[in-house]
Design a protein around this ligand. Structure first.
Ligand SMILES: NC(=O)c1ccc[n+]([C@@H]2O[C@H](COP(=O)([O-])OP(=O)(O)OC[C@H]3O[C@@H](n4cnc5c(N)ncnc54)[C@H](OP(=O)(O)O)[C@@H]3O)[C@@H](O)[C@H]2O)c1
Length: 358
């Protein structure tokens, strides 16, 4: 790797999406880019290859607490050409229980990274400002409940987040637009890309809790002995998207950013397959050859989200994203893996694969 190769820095590289992107870039672009993954509490991660069969490769990450003042020095030392900012507190319920720190991570650290990008130049291309790619969420929309703006949403559709997590991600977006459009104090504006994604799942997870698209499978673990049926949301329509697919689109964006130095703005990346959480459980059990009777014994679909989880933060019913602008900007439409296929890989080896971490 030449020292003049562009550097791509991934925050949250120990998380579900960051892992998929880090692995893909190391696997496919290590001759082109210098790739740095950072984690916070997890500094060793397993990267799986070839449809997640075989032994994983253990990869070390650099440690950085994005809430720490050391962030400035870290970024100045590594001088990334592109930062893909995947780190966040993204569990709506965990967010509510630690609001202050969650806002610092989702909003303040995003603003700080945006400023660092705006105020520096790329080491490999002096005419190029480092680009910040920020991962946001379809939860910036309310499904029309208050706004009366209904899905599918375009990037410019009116946002109106209805829970604290969604508001923080929206405020992270606003911070980027504000900083990047600010051309004062002799510093010209910067470059930011906001990528909104729906419910994600990793194909390499070993903890069902890691993805809300997998956690329902806990009712089918042998250790699940509850006498009452688990109520599972059959009301909200999700568009579960594999992190592998999002990583592939992010790679297209990264490559594109080096040929078009005007490339910036807000883009949507989401699989078109809509399904409820209960529908997902039924699909997963079919893929795993678990009988319908067993599923019916252990779980039931409910069309009142509060019945499924009384303490949950409010969520919109449907926030489907229209991705047309993304394919137009990239010059080609990306084909997402069929849900059955990618979910088959994500659940492969159930329950054994998930037992140790259950
Ligand atoms: N997952 C979804 O369904 C979903 C849906 C829509 C949007 N998104 C967005 O997509 C992005 C990626 O989500 P994800 O599912 O990959 O998240 P994730 O699995 O929860 O990972 C979060 C990452 O943030 C890191 N982190 C936490 N606190 C940190 C700190 N103080 N300093 C530095 N890093 C810190 C974690 O590091 P350690 O684990 O090493 O501590 C971890 O790598 C997020 O921006 C999220 O808002 C996710």
């Amino acid at each position: 790797m030449s020292t003049s190769s562009p550097t791509i820095l991934i925050t949250g590289a120990s998380g579900m999406l960051g892992r998929a992107l880090h692995r893909l870039l190391l696997q496919e672009t290590s001759q082109t880019y210098n790739v740095i993954g950072i984690g916070f509490s997890r500094l060793t991660v397993n990267h799986y290859h070839e449809h997640f069969g075989g032994a994983p490769k253990t990869v070390e990450l650099l440690q950085l607490n994005l809430l720490d003042v050391a962030t400035t020095e870290f970024i100045e030392r590594h001088r990334p050409d592109i930062i893909v900012h995947c780190a966040a507190q993204r569990f709506p319920d965990a967010f509510e229980s630690n609001i202050e720190e969650s806002i610092q991570l989702n909003v303040d650290s995003t603003r700080h990274l945006a400023k660092l990008c705006r105020e520096s130049t790329s080491p490999s291309r002096p005419d190029y400002k480092p680009l910040l790619i920020y991962i946001s969420t379809s939860y910036v929309f309310d499904g029309g409940i208050e706004s009366k703006v209904y899905p599918p949403y375009m990037p410019e559709s009116k946002a109106n987040p209805i829970n604290s997590y969604g508001r923080s991600k929206w405020n992270g977006e606003r911070a980027i637009r504000e900083v990047m459009n600010d051309a004062t104090n002799n510093v010209s504006g910067g470059r930011g890309i906001i990528v909104r994604v729906p419910l994600l799942y990793g194909e390499d997870c070993v903890k069902l809790d890691e993805s809300p698209a997998l956690e329902m499978l806990k009712v089918l673990l042998p250790s699940s002995t509850s006498a009452t049926k688990k109520k599972i949301d059959d009301w909200a329509l999700r568009f579960p998207t594999s992190c592998e697919d999002v990583a592939r689109v992010l790679k297209l964006m990264i490559d594109h950013a080096f040929v078009d130095n005007q490339f910036s703005g807000t883009y949507h990346v989401a699989s078109p397959h809509g399904i409820t959480k209960f529908g997902l459980l039924q699909l997963q059990s079919r893929l795993l050859n678990i009988s319908k009777d067993e599923v019916d014994d252990r779980a039931e679909g409910v069309d009142d989200p509060k019945a499924a989880n009384p303490s949950a933060a409010p969520r919109p019913q449907c926030t489907q994203l229209n991705c047309g602008d993304t394919w137009a900007a990239l010059g080609k439409k990306f084909e997402f893996a069929p849900l059955e296929e990618a979910m088959g890989r994500a659940t492969q080896g159930f329950p054994r694969r998930f037992l140790d971490a259950a």
